[in-house]
Design a protein around this ligand. Structure first.
Ligand code: AMP
Ligand code: ZN
Length: 492
C-alpha cells in the first residue's frame, strides 16, 4: 500500500487512484494520470530544479513498482512566465533572448534540449507526453474564453485577470484563507482588484512598452517588441474585437493537463515554491472551468535545494548546473545518490563536500554491487524486499530504503537479482556497473549505451553482434574485456 503526503489535505494518505465508471456498479481503473510542472526554458536548469525532477521520478518509479500503469505528462514553459511570479516584470523567455541575442524560439529549443539531456544523465524516466505552452495556445485561449463566459474574469489595461474572490475556497492548497497579507507588504497591484488575482492573458503591446531595459531604437532588433504573441478574441473593453497578446503562466498547465489527462486526474507535482501561487491558481481556474469538480486528487511537492540560507535560483548568479558537477568529477548519478539520502520533503543544503562524499559512497556501492554478482540466491531476499518496499511506500522514504540496501550488502544477505529489482526505484544503474566504473572515471553515455546493447547481444548469444559492438567501442577509444564480473571497460 503506497502512502504519500498530500499537500491538499496536509497529511499522509493511502494512494487510491481516480477510477472511471465503466458500466453502472463497475469501476474501471485507468492509467494513473501524473502531471509534473516542467522547466521554464530560458536558461540552464540548476541542480535545485533537478532535485524536484528526481523526486518526481522516484514517485513515478514507486507507482510502477506497485503495479500501476502511468500516463505522465510534462510541460515546457516557453512563454508567459514573468520574472516575478506575481505577473510582473518581463517574460523570462524574451529576457533570455535579449541576453543571448537570439530569437525566443532558439532560446526555448536550446534549453529544452539541455534539460532533456540532464534528465537522461540523471536516469530520470521520460514522460509519455512532452507538451510546449506555445504548441497549445488554442487550448489556452479556449479556457480563458470559458472563464470569461462564466464570469470569473475582469479586464484591465494589462490583460484579462482572474477574480479570486469569485472562488470561495481559493487558496485551499496553501491555506491562504488563513494568511492575511501582512500590513505594508509590498505587492504590485497595478489595476488588480485583489492581491491574489492573477493574469490569464496579457496584451502584448502594453507589455512590450513597459520595459525600460529594452534597448531603444535598435533597427531590426528582435528586442524591439515581444517576439511571441498571438491574436485572441478578448479585449472588447476598448471596443476592439480582439488583441494581440500572450498567455499568463498558470493557464498553460491547466489547459495541457486537462487536454492530456482529463478533467479529473490523480497526481500533480512540482517544487514547494509552486504551492502558494502557481498551483493555487491552477486549481482555481481549472475547478472554475469544470464547475467545481475536484480536479487533482493528490498534490506532491519537493523541498528546496538551498545555496547557503536561500533556495538555489536561476535569477541569482550562484546556481550550479549538472555540467559544472561533471567538470568537477561528480557524476550525475552521484548527485542522484546524494538526493536519495535526504527525504524529498526536507530541505537540503548544497556543498561540494557532500557531493564528493556522495561520489565516494556511490563508487563504494558499485564495488559492492560487483561482489553481489557472486552471491547465490539469498533466502533473505524476500524479507529484505518487503522492508525495502515498505520504506518506499512510506511517503518515498529513500534514505531508509538505501540504509536497508547497505545493511543487506554488509550482511551478505542480498542477491544480484534483488538488487536489480531495487534499482527499478533507485535508478542508479546497477546493471551497468563495470569494474572501471567503480573507480572515479566517468564512462561516456555513448559507451554505456553500447555496453548495454552488447550485454543484451551476449545474453541472446548473438556473438556476431557482440563482436561488432566491441569493434565500435574500440573505435571510440575504449577496450572491453569479458570477465566473470561482467564487461570490464578501459580507456585505450
Ligand atoms: P522553473 O524552471 O523555474 O519553472 O522551475 C522548475 C522546477 O524546479 C519547479 O518545479 C520549481 O518548483 C523547482 N525549483 C526551483 N528552485 C528549486 C530549488 N532551489 N530546489 C528544488 N526545486 C526547485
Ligand atoms: Zn505548472
Amino acid at each position: 500500500m503506497l502512502k504519500i503526503y498530500n499537500t491538499l489535505n496536509k497529511q499522509i494518505e493511502e494512494f487510491k487512484p481516480v477510477y472511471t465508471r465503466a458500466t453502472p456498479g463497475k469501476l474501471l481503473q485507468k492509467k494513473i494520470g501524473l502531471y509534473t510542472c516542467g522547466p521554464t526554458v530560458y536558461n540552464y536548469a540548476h541542480i535545485g530544479n533537478l532535485r524536484t525532477y528526481v523526486f518526481e521520478d522516484i514517485l513515478k518509479r514507486a507507482l510502477k513498482y506497485n503495479g500501476y500503469k502511468i500516463n505522465h505528462v510534462m510541460n515546457i514553459t516557453d512563454v508567459g512566465h514573468l520574472t516575478s511570479d506575481a505577473d510582473e516584470g518581463e517574460d523570462k523567455l524574451e529576457k533570455g533572448a535579449k541576453r543571448e541575442n537570439k530569437t525566443v524560439w532558439e532560446i526555448a529549443e536550446f534549453y529544452t534540449k539541455k534539460f532533456q539531456e540532464n534528465l537522461l544523465d540523471l536516469n530520470i524516466l521520460e514522460p509519455d507526453v512532452w507538451c510546449k505552452a506555445t504548441d497549445h495556445i488554442k487550448e489556452q485561449i479556449k479556457l480563458v474564453q470559458t472563464l470569461i463566459n462564466k464570469g470569473y474574469t475582469y479586464e484591465t489595461n494589462d490583460g484579462i485577470y482572474f477574480d479570486t474572490t469569485k472562488v470561495a475556497d481559493y487558496g485551499k492548497l496553501a491555506n491562504l484563507q488563513n494568511q492575511e497579507l501582512k500590513a505594508g507588504a509590498r505587492i504590485e497591484m497595478g489595476e488588480k482588484k485583489n492581491p491574489h488575482d492573477f493574469a490569464l492573458w496579457k496584451w502584448s503591446e502594453r507589455h512590450s512598452e513597459r520595459h525600460p531595459e529594452r534597448p531603444e531604437g535598435v533597427e531590426g532588433s528582435p528586442t524591439k517588441k515581444r517576439q511571441m504573441e498571438w491574436h485572441a478574441p478578448f479585449g472588447t473593453a476598448q471596443g476592439k474585437s480582439g488583441r494581440m497578446g500572450f498567455p499568463g503562466w498558470h493557464i498553460e498547465c491547466s489547459a495541457m493537463s486537462i487536454k492530456y489527462l482529463g478533467e479529473q486526474f490523480d497526481l500533480h507535482c512540482g517544487g514547494i515554491d509552486h504551492v502558494s501561487i502557481h498551483h493555487t491558481n491552477e486549481i482555481a481556474q481549472s475547478e472554475a472551468v469544470t464547475d467545481k469538480k475536484p480536479w487533482v486528487k493528490y498534490w506532491l511537492h519537493g523541498e528546496f535545494l538551498n545555496m547557503g540560507s536561500d533556495k538555489m535560483s536561476k535569477a541569482g548568479d550562484n546556481f550550479v548546473t549538472l555540467d559544472t558537477l561533471k567538470e568537477k568529477g561528480i557524476s550525475p548519478l552521484a548527485y542522484r545518490y546524494l538526493l536519495l539520502q535526504t527525504h524529498y520533503r526536507k530541505q537540503l543544503t548544497f556543498s561540494w563536500e557532500a557531493l564528493e562524499a556522495a561520489q565516494a559512497g556511490l563508487d563504494h556501492l558499485y564495488e559492492e554491487v560487483l561482489k553481489v554478482h557472486k552471491v547465490p540466491k539469498s533466502i533473505k531476499s524476500e524479507a529484505i524486499s518487503e522492508k525495502f518496499q515498505e520504506a518506499i511506500n512510506n511517503d518515498l522514504d529513500t534514505p531508509k530504503a538505501l540504509a536497508i540496501v547497505w545493511e543487506a550488502i554488509k550482511n551478505k544477505e542480498i542477491d544480484y537479482k534483488t538488487l536489480l529489482k531495487f534499482d527499478k526505484i533507485l535508478g542508479l544503474n546497477f546493471s551497468n556497473v563495470t569494474i572501471q566504473q567503480s573507480s572515479n572515471e566517468i564512462i561516456p553515455d555513448e559507451i554505456n549505451k553500447l555496453l548495454d546493447l552488447r550485454q543484451q547481444a551476449r545474453a541472446e548469444k548473438n556473438w556476431a553482434e557482440s563482436d561488432r559492438l566491441r569493434e565500435e567501442i574500440t573505435k571510440l577509444g575504449y577496450e572491453v574485456e569479458d570477465t566473470n564480473e561482467g564487461q570490464k571497460i578501459t580507456k585505450i
